[in-house]
Design a binder for this molecule. Structure first.
Ligand code: C2E
Ligand code: CA
Ligand code: CA
Ligand code: CA
Length: 250
């Protein structure tokens, strides 16, 4: 049996799990958001990271099941945290393949209605590389997401070849600076600071990824990112582990 065979039906067998990683507000240090990250609990091989199964899922179409499950989990927990009096924004990763089908808009519209999530509570993350290949089509789809009350985040900024000019006209609410940019610019960062300021002027929230050390956080503070995510604040964990942290923090 190959991993590809095993991945078939993995959602129905409850082998896919949503982990959540906290994001802190740089100004206050409080957890104000989380990102949902998929994990596959393989019956024989144990926990498999997304790099090893998301590409297979995208190639085989299984990403539609996995993606729908992750959106459901994201919305479900966002609603639960809200009922518990916590104000937590939830981000969910969506593949280009997923975004190219009308189903995803219908599912999101239904989920938001069912769980009564206020506008802007859920943010969809799409990667920079997915956006650039098909700019006009993607812009249309992002507008649709915005129209149903979702935030739209451009993930992994700095890993592709997109320029600020290219993303300027995209209807994004957030931009995530890739960990490579954060980790390689601790001594400088002047250029990133300019980009951050430009985006913030247009109302775009800027999130720094891969914040592992005090030096990384120092850079993030110097370039005035809005939020930060990384091992310094917490790894992706199951909700059972995150809930006590959230309850203690707010
Ligand atoms: P991503 O969306 O860029 O997610 C951030 C990744 O960076 C996560 O890896 C996270 O665990 C890792 N990370 C967080 N903080 C740090 C840090 O301080 N240092 C370092 N070195 N890494 C950090 P993960 O969970 O293995 O996910 C890898 C990628 O798989 C994600 O990158 C995303 O592109 C994809 N992925 C994960 N879940 C899903 C999903 O539900 N749907 C889709 N389409 N893709 C997903
Ligand atoms: Ca992401
Ligand atoms: Ca990223
Ligand atoms: Ca990535």
């Amino acid at each position: 049996m190959t991993l590809e065979d095993d991945l078939q039906g993995s959602v129905a067998r409850h082998e896919i799990e949503a982990y959540f990683q906290p994001q802190i507000d740089v100004a206050t240090g409080e957890i104000t958001a989380v990102e949902a990250l998929a994990r596959w609990r393989h019956p024989v091989q144990g926990l498999i990271p997304p790099v090893d199964f998301i590409p297979i899922a995208e190639r085989t179409g299984i990403i539609h099941e996995i993606g729908a499950f992750m959106l459901e989990e994201g919305v479900r927990h966002a609603a639960r945290w809200r009922r518990d009096g916590l104000s937590i924004h939830v981000s969910v990763n969506v593949s280009a393949v997923q975004l190219a089908t009308p189903d995803v808009f219908e599912q999101l519209h239904a989920l938001l209605g069912e769980h009564q999530l206020p506008n802007g509570t859920l943010t969809i993350e799409i990667t920079e590389s997915q956006v650039i290949t098909d700019l006009a089509d993607v812009a249309t789809r992002l507008h649709r997401l915005r129209a149903i009350g979702l935030g739209v985040s451009l993930d992994d900024f700095g890993t592709g070849h997109s320029s600020l000019a290219q993303i300027r006209d995209l209807p994004i609410t957030e931009l995530k600076i890739d960990k490579s940019l954060i980790q390689e610019n601790t001594s400088n960062g002047a250029l990133i600071a300019v980009a951050v300021a430009l985006l913030q002027e247009r109302g775009v929230q800027v999130v720094a990824e891969g914040v592992e050390t005090a030096e990384h956080l120092d850079l993030v503070q110097r370039i005035h990112c809005d939020r930060a995510q990384g091992y310094l604040f917490g790894r992706p964990v199951p909700v059972d582990e995150l809930d006590p942290v959230l309850a203690g923090a707010q």
